[in-house]
Design a protein around this ligand. Sequence first.
Ligand SMILES: [Zn+2]
Length: 161
Amino acid sequence: MQLLSVRQPWAWAIARGRKPVENRGWAPSYRGRLAIYASMRVDLLAAEEPLLWFTGWDPDDPVAAIGGIVAVVTLADVCSAAMSGETCDCGEWARPDAYHWRLTDARPLARPVVSVGHDGHMADVIPVRTIGQPAGHADQAALWDPGPAVVAEVTAAAHLA
Ligand SMILES: [Zn+2]
């Protein structure tokens, strides 16, 4: 399992299976389970994005939380068509200037798995640098490998056998 930091409200939309494409400027070689970490920073421009409202955005939903893992999805494929100016069938979320990370099997967690700020028992396994990064920062071009304690907690919370 790898971990991807996503700002709200997009982490929510991914967690609820309503945003099956994540646009990024880079393509990972990794495929498989991806823990969606809702970062401490919120995308303040999202309120102007019509697609968000069509998804039924609900700020009171537990997976609308910040600063924790809110879902597990499967990174099934990465579409690079748009990067070479080609069309694809990734749908309305796909942007023309990005790799399209195709996400399937979204499993929202009933309660976010919080990495830091409580008793600190997991502070060593989710990198603090995932928190509070400005958008487009170079450090965002990475996936993180959560430690065994986080994987175990997230696996249980997502009811992954
Ligand atoms: Zn595509």
